[in-house]
Write a protein that binds this ligand. Structure first.
Ligand code: PLP
Length: 376
């Protein structure tokens, strides 16, 4: 199988490059970032305290003990501060994990559609990747027979991402148990990208972190998605296997070396307030979800399994004939950008052949554009 290289362009970059600038962003995957006033009103945060606690020295490679303790207190039940490695965003966390766990020729299984780096970074190493499509006609449910056939005793890693980007689908406890059992049975690593954990549209849909359930599970999370704070470039890897963590730390030394102290200080004050922050986002997501449902009711060629979690959904383009000269998500999204100045990301960016595009439900001021999701 052909390898990609670090200098290869992502599908997302390739798609957006040819488009005009200044498009209305209706694609991104995080809830709207809190502004200063909301920080004060919602989380009662004392902003000057960020600065008072700041050291200008390098941070520890694994992250300061304060930030790692704040992370485990808020996110995990059976994982300790020493099991955490902070990273520069979840993107670095994915890169480090792939480099530490995989070697050329290793067998990897993942589900599509998929956040592109979860696939590409494994491919870059030369992994042999088996993709199992989620069932687009069954609300993006897992195709269990296909998955159980794909994962076997040669599998090095199963990659999952629930709540799911781009579809906004989620699994329940029983399905999580089945995934864990599959990995246990074949003694393979489970990479669980949990960056949207906390953004379940009903709070009782929240599942335990995979790392708390299985000793070969690696959970990844970040400030940019569930917290909606991508300006704080702090992510982390939770992994309970000491030897694997040592390999990860070695990879990180080739990359950012350590995180920003300013990010660590900001995040260690915000993470203990996660419940308030997630509740704020949940309200906005549920409102937008309803507005989207109302708009799509008037656009019969577009259909969507409404998301259950996260800030995105995947809209399927149903009838080729109702869209002028557009029978693929890519054609449709390009035309939408040119006709309406609206940017959505097409199917090709998520390695799926289901015709459609990813749409955001995270923004505060874009709901009016849902009615404009058609090309001329
Ligand atoms: C599923 C998933 N994982 C990881 C990331 C990377 O997060 P970040 O850009 O904050 O590094 C993203 C970003 O969109 C994502 O959607």
């Amino acid at each position: 199988m052909a390898q990609t290289s670090l200098t290869n362009q992502s599908k997302m970059a390739a798609f957006t490059q040819g488009l005009p600038t200044g498009l209305i962003n209706l694609h991104s995957s995080h809830p709207a970032a809190l502004n200063q006033q909301q920080l004060t009103d919602i989380v009662h945060l004392d902003a000057p305290a960020f600065i008072e606690a700041l050291s200008l020295d390098y941070a520890p490679v694994i992250g300061s003990s304060d930030i790692r303790q704040a992370i485990v207190d808020a996110h995990y039940s059976d994982t300790h501060a020493d099991d955490i490695l902070t990273t520069c965003g979840a993107q670095e966390a994915i890169f480090i994990t792939m480099q530490a766990v995989l070697q050329k020729g290793d067998q990897v299984v993942c589900l599509t559609p998929i956040f592109e780096p979860l696939y590409q970074q494994a491919k870059m190493i030369g992994a042999d990747i088996h993709t199992v499509p989620l069932l687009s006609d069954q609300a993006w449910a897992i195709d269990w027979p296909a998955l159980k056939q794909a994962v076997n005793h040669h599998t090095r890693m199963l990659i999952i991402n629930f709540p799911h980007n781009p579809t906004g689908s989620h699994i329940n406890q029983d399905e999580l148990n089945q995934l864990l059992e599959l990995c246990r049975q074949h003694d393979c690593w489970l990479l669980s990208d949990e960056v949207f954990r906390g953004l379940e549209h009903q709070s009782n849909q929240r599942l335990p972190a995979a790392v708390d359930c299985y000793d070969k599970a690696i959970s990844i999370a970040v400030m940019s998605k569930a917290y909606g704070m991508p300006g704080i470039r702090l992510g982390w890897i939770a992994c309970r296997q000491h030897e694997m963590r040592k390999r990860m730390i070695n990879v990180k030394r080739h990359l950012s070396i350590c995180g920003s102290r300013l990010d660590e200080v900001a995040a260690s004050q915000l993470i203990p307030l996660s419940d308030k922050i997630f509740t704020h986002h949940r309200k906005q997501l549920n409102q937008n979800r309803q507005l989207l449902a109302n708009s799509l009711a008037h656009l019969p060629h577009l259909q969507c399994h409404l998301p259950q979690a996260g800030a995105t959904c995947f809209v399927q383009i149903w009838s080729k004939h109702s869209i002028s000269q557009s029978d693929s998500g890519e054609d449709f999204a390009r035309q939408l950008a040119l006709d309406k100045g609206i940017l959505v990301l097409p199917d090709v960016c998520f390695l799926t052949d289901v015709s459609g595009f990813r749409l955001s439900i995270g923004h505060t001021d874009t709901a009016e554009f849902y009615n404009q999701l058609h090309t001329n």
